[in-house]
Structure formats: structure tokens, C-alpha cells
Design a protein around this ligand. Sequence first.
Ligand SMILES: [Zn+2]
Length: 259
Amino acid sequence: MTLNEFDQKMWATLIEPDTKMHISKDMLHNGLMTWGRDEIKTVGFGVSENLALYDLAIANNCDVIVVHHGISLPPTTLDRLTFNRLATLIKNDISLWSAHYTLDAHSVLGNNAQILKLIGATPTERTTWEEAKYGAPWGWVGTFDTPTTLNAILAITADHFSPKTVTYNFGPQEISKVAVISGAGGPSNQDILAMKEAGIDLYITGEVREWHQEMAREAGMNIIAGGHWHTETFGVKALQQEVNNWGLDTVWLDVQNPL
Ligand SMILES: [Zn+2]
């Protein structure tokens, strides 16, 4: 497959009619960031672009690397760290394809939809409360046919979430409705109140900050913060499965991060 064909297939897979207009508002890039060799045989997948990931990709003869967090380019001059990363890709003739918003919001392959699938909930609607802040819906709300408990969900997520997972057990004991925004989805007061209003029993995200513990207690909300990196392995792994079906070789580039 050529790089151009690969690029077109990626877009065809990731664009959805109801979120297409939001992609340009993303603070990180979606699409090709560097252009390497034209013939694509092996595609590497990882959460964040960094030198350790690039070294793994080079060792595995990857022609393209697909990441959730692409290069965060400085506004004017290139700093040395960014330059070193770009130079490594260019020297090794490797393309970088970044899928940020497209891979959080996607209704099937996205981080949030995939986490709902893992815990046995059915995705029902996109989240809405973070739209005021970020100008777009990033997350998904899901429901359980039969109400479950926080412990039952934690038993499922234990093998997939960070060893440093933070749990706040301040909400209802029976959980029927759950919202998921992977990564840096720590809620504001307004967000958590909007979740209560929407009947959410549990909020799953990647990272919380110091103030979220008492915020959750005062709002009466259950929260699982499963790690920024861990909650964002889901989308790239689902995309890897998809790309496997295109007849390309794929490899998971495992640069673990407990945060
Ligand atoms: Zn992220």
C-alpha cells in the first residue's frame, strides 16, 4: 500500500459525520505529521510520540507510526527536544500519523467507546458538558442493561488501567449510567454537576488532580481515574486491529507510563 492510500484509508475510518466539523478545533494534530517512504508494509502503534517510541519503531522496521498524541509543535522556533524527535523520523524515512480528537470521539474505535465496551456498557450518546470548554464533544455516555457496582467494574479494568488508578467511591452503590472521557478529563465543578443532572452514576477518566477528591465527595460522584496513558491505549489498539484487516503488518509500541 502506498502512503497516500494509507492516509486516505485512515481518514475514511476515523471521520464521522457528527464530529467532522470539530476536528479543526483540536489542540493536537489529526493526520500525517511527517512524510516518510512511499511503500507501506509495517505500521507501529503507540499512545504518545517520543524518542523511546521511535527507537522501538525503527527496531521493528515500521514505515508509519500511528499515535494518539502527535508532536506538539512550538509556535515559532524548534526547541532541541522537538528537533531531535523530528530529525529521528526524517533520518529514518518514517511517517507519523496522529489521531487525537478523531480517536477520542469515535463511536466505535474511540478510547471512550472502547472503555464502555470493555466494562459491558452500551454507548448511548456523546457527552455534552465539556463542549462549552473545548468546543466539541469528546466523551461517551453508556448504560448497563442490569445495574452493576464500582467493585465489579474495577475487577474488569484492573488488568487494563494503571497500577496507580485512583478511585473515589462517593456516588450511588448501584451503577446504571457511566460517562467516559479518557486522558486529561478531570472535571470542573460545572462538569460534575452537569453529570449529576444527567443521571451519571460513575465517571471514568484518565487523570485527576488534588482537588477532585473533595469535589467528588461533595457532588456525590463515583470516579475512576485509570491513568492518562492507560485509558488512551484503547483507541490506538482498536485502530491497530482495523489496520491489520487492511493486510498490513502491525506492531504495538509499548512505552508504558503509569500517569
Ligand atoms: Zn491524551
